[in-house]
Design a protein around this ligand. Structure first.
Ligand code: GLC
Length: 426
């Protein structure tokens, strides 16, 4: 496929999933607006329609809760093709939203789109409107998800990390009960191959957490301490730190001094604390289970995604080295779990497959750190996967088999972003 054909195809995917003021990740499987999907998809739009890119972010932030939280799903229109729908969440918002959040990539997206905008007047106006909201979300994270002030936030549900069924959650998930879960029918397995999706047992535990938080009235001053699942994910924290850092720069330029100073402070404290997540045995960062205090030994992509934050140079070099090691056990970088680990499953969602969004963030972080050795390989593998197997949700890192949903918005957005940002099309 010629590069310009790839762009045309990617734009078609984005257009098909465009609902006017927001995009759905893909028709059928995910018929609503998802938080980090939207923020990353805005990057794709920004190369051919800046106003539409800003619109995507504006719609997302319009559904922020009064406490600052930005929900992971906004149920703009009814659709019974997805479970769990609004009636299970019961958050009482209009339009309905879920009650948990997702990786805070919006701040990074705003800063990146602003920095390269052609329409500077529009960009300044949009950034001025969005930054206070994004900043309130970042403050919510450190207030509600780091009540002890460690500098690192915990997620309370695997769906918050965006890496729903990662091996990282397995041990902690054993402690999440299944008793009392109301009977339900999954809808995801009617849209995608069940062998590519989480198991039924995992789904019961996902829903147990939702029911428990709902019983607490979605009160974020209570949820953290009440949750049996409190996971400190390096990738998740890295995204938050990067966004705090990037909006600090932008706020400075726009004269929003309070936001700049406070964001810089949150980023610095986060970065200092990231050091406690370094796992020497793995040669990468790892998750910390806050309920037990254990630093995990799980070689997942969460610890490599930490490259997205402005981590110390030696750590970025080590992560680049780690990616190089992974390249010996797969054909397409970067697998979401180490293929040499017994837990690796090449087709099952976040337990092995490659995701373009994660590849983009790892490549971007390594590039910012000046650790560019693996970047062309990561970018090249992304494009090869699309050429071989199309715009799938994720791909097997050994065979390139397309998995999950097809015709996927953020996959398409990342193709556009990677081709333009790496000067591979003009
Ligand atoms: C799945 C993914 C999550 C994504 C969502 C919509 O739940 O794990 O990261 O945001 O689908 O694409």
């Amino acid at each position: 496929m010629q590069r310009h054909e790839m762009i045309d195809h990617a734009r078609l995917v984005m257009r098909d999933n465009d609902r006017g003021t927001y995009t759905v990740p893909t028709h059928g499987l995910y018929p609503f607006q998802w938080n980090w999907d939207s923020a990353l998809s805005a990057l794709g739009f920004s190369h051919f329609d800046e106003a539409r890119a800003w619109q995507e972010l504006t719609t997302l932030m319009a559904h922020q809760w009064a406490d600052g939280m930005v929900p992971h799903i906004i149920f703009h229109r009814p659709d019974d093709g997805y479970f769990p729908g609004p009636e299970v969440w019961g958050t009482g918002h209009t339009p309905p939203t879920s009650g948990i959040t997702q990786p805070a990539v919006a701040g990074f997206a705003v800063a990146r789109i602003h920095a390269r905008a052609h329409d500077k007047v529009l960009a300044d106006e949009q950034a001025r409107a969005l930054l206070p909201k994004i900043h309130a979300w970042h403050q919510w994270f450190y207030r509600c998800r780091d009540p002890q002030g460690t500098g690192l936030v915990a997620v309370l549900h695997p769906w918050e990390t965006g890496r729903d069924n990662s091996v990282d959650w397995d041990a902690a998930f054993e402690r999440v009960p299944t008793e009392g879960v109301a009977p339900f029918t999954r809808r995801d397995t009617t849209h995608a191959n069940p062998a590519h999706r989480p198991t039924d047992d995992q789904y019961k535990r996902y829903i147990w957490l939702v029911q428990t938080f709902r019983a607490l009235g979605w009160d974020n001053s209570k949820l953290h301490d009440a949750s049996p699942f409190q996971m400190v994910d390096p990738g998740f924290n890295a995204i938050l730190i990067r966004s705090c850092n990037d909006i600090a720069d932008l706020a400075e330029r726009l004269g929003l001094d309070d936001i700049a100073v406070q964001s810089r402070d949150m980023a610095r404290r986060g970065l200092d604390a990231m050091e406690t997540l370094w796992n020497d045995r793995l040669g990468q960062y790892a998750c910390l289970d806050r309920t037990t205090g254990d630093l995990l030994d799980s070689p997942s992509i969460g610890g490599i995604l930490a490259a997205f934050a402005p981590i110390p140079k030696a750590r970025a070099a080590a992560l680049s080295q780690r990616v190089e090691v992974l390249s010996h056990s797969c054909n397409y970088l970067v697998p979401s779990h180490d293929p040499t680990s017994p837990d690796f499953e090449g087709l099952r969602y976040w337990r092995g497959p490659v995701w373009l969004i994660v590849n983009f963030m790892i490549a971007d972080g390594l590039e910012q750190a000046g650790e560019t050795a693996m970047v062309p390989r990561i970018v090249g593998d992304c494009l090869a996967l699309i050429e071989d197997s199309g715009f799938a949700e994720y791909h097997d890192p050994i065979t390139a088999e397309p998995c999950g949903g097809a015709h996927f918005t953020w996959t398409a957005a990342m193709v556009i972003e990677l081709l333009y940002a790496h000067g591979l099309v003009v």
